[in-house]
Design a protein around this ligand. Structure first.
Ligand SMILES: Cc1ncc(COP(=O)(O)O)c(C=O)c1O
Length: 433
């Protein structure tokens, strides 16, 4: 008996959203459709692609590796690609991070970090330290643990009953300051809640998790550098672990290899994914300090980190990741990033006073425009109008409700990037109120 199997697309409301666009080829910054159009991938296909689609050295590394060792389990085994990747990451990760645990994607990298933090305190004889602290507007992924750390939203509300409680503290969302201050004169007063929580209840707190400097899904919110630096200090002062979720911000997105580097901050745990493989194959990783790792080593089996996914450390993904990191050495990647950043700043300065614009924000390769809206948030009625307008103009942009942002592959040319910004300027006149 035949049956009809359909693809259920992610983050899609079939009854409202347009039908999926069929892509037949992806090259550089372009996606080619089956009806002979091309779209500039101005969001790097959900923030993963770094060096353009189909980069020949990544493609070659994948083909070569697939022919040698396709996949083997990482428990009790190791292989050259994962060791090569470890060596490449060692050169760029903040000092102090000594052990890397592989997983599948950003959500699982976060799950691993949360579980490591909680078990760490058990292993060192402080089992009472098991609560997680997270920020307002946070997003850490769609699995249940990652959703628990993420802020309450339309995305998570159906699953409230499944989520574990976390302590929610203010984010430095300066445009909508949670404590009613102005950045020019404030003393990062939004940190007061975290400060008192850690001072009063440090014996219960396992870790604070943050998206360093840039909260992505929550609205492309750019934090002052001091916000992250002071969170680091508070965590150290109160013996609470700091988890930096660099799933979005890692690998150059914010202007340096990692956002933590910009703030001169060393976290205790760091989550990586998205750009790790250049945006070509799924892979996640959680990196931790030797102090944390040491607590899991001993003759007592109960100290073991019993966690692992079937595809952990996949050799082909590891080969792609190593090839992507090599491109940082062989091509002027940080010059490209700086050029994107300059164009973003110029173009945002030009539209900041537009009557439809609430605030503009940028960091590294990310530029965001928060539009004024009576219905701010992901469900804003502006979102479908803007999405349709951009697609018809040949640009893939997926506004987060009333927030339009650009986050392109680093190989986008100035002309292409200016074309994207021109379309945004046009959209402000046509679609916004
Ligand atoms: C900061 C952050 N953490 C975690 C995730 C989850 O990553 P994934 O979608 O690969 O599970 C995302 C995804 O957007 C993210 O932005």
């Amino acid at each position: 008996m035949s049956h009809n199997l359909q693809i259920w697309h992610p983050f899609t409301q079939e009854a409202l959203d347009p039908a999926p666009i069929r892509i037949t080829r992806a090259e550089g910054v372009y996606l080619y459709t089956d009806d002979r159009r091309r779209l500039i991938d101005a969001i790097s296909s959900w923030w993963v692609n770094l060096h353009g689609h189909g980069h020949p050295s990544i493609v070659a590394a994948i083909a070569k590796q697939a022919a040698k060792v396709d996949h083997i389990l990482l428990a009790g085994f190791t292989h050259e690609p994962v060791e090569g990747l470890r060596a490449a990451l060692q050169k760029i990760l903040p000092a102090g991070l000594s052990h890397i645990f592989f997983s599948d994607d950003g959500s699982t990298a976060v799950e691993v970090a949360l579980k490591m933090a909680v078990q760490y305190w058990q292993n060192v004889g402080q089992p009472g330290k098991r609560s997680i602290v997270a920020l307002e507007h946070a997003y850490h992924g769609d699995t249940v643990g990652a959703m628990s750390a993420g802020d309450d939203s339309d995305f998570t509300s159906p699953f409230r009953s499944l989520l574990f409680p976390v302590h929610r503290v203010h984010s430095a969302y300066c445009y909508r300051c949670p404590v009613g201050k102005m950045r020019a004169t404030c003393d990062i007063d939004c940190l007061a809640k975290l400060k008192s929580l850690l001072a009063e209840r440090q014996s219960e707190m396992a870790a604070v998790i943050v998206e360093p400097l840039l909260q992505g899904v929550g609205g492309m919110i750019v934090h002052p550098i001091e916000f992250l630096q002071r969170i680091r200090r508070l965590c150290s002062d109160h013996q609470v672990l700091l988890i930096a979720d660099e799933v979005l911000t890692g690998f150059g997105r914010c202007g340096k290899m990692f956002a933590c580097e910009i703030a001169g901050v060393a976290p205790d745990l760091m989550c990586l994914s998205k750009g790790l493989t250049g945006g070509v194959l799924p892979m996640g990783a959680t990196v931790c300090t030797s102090d944390i790792h040491k607590a899991f080593v001993g003759r007592d089996h109960s100290h073991t980190f019993y966690h692992g996914h079937s595809y952990t450390g996949n050799p082909i993904a590891a080969a792609a990741a190593a090839a992507s990191l090599k491109i940082f050495e062989s091509e002027p990647v940080f010059e490209r990033i700086a050029a994107i950043s300059r164009i973003h700043c110029q173009r945002l300065a030009a539209i900041r006073e537009h009557p439809a614009v609430g605030e503009v924000r940028s960091i590294g390769t990310m530029a965001a425009i928060e539009l004024k809206a009576d219905d701010p948030g992901y469900a804003s009625k502006l979102r479908p109008k803007l999405y349709k307008f951009f697609i018809e103009a040949g640009v893939l942009l997926r506004p987060l409700g009333n927030i339009v942002y650009v986050l392109p592959p680093y190989v986008i040319s100035p002309d292409e990037l200016n074309y994207v910004h021109d379309r945004i300027a046009e959209a402000l006149d046509r679609c916004a109120q």
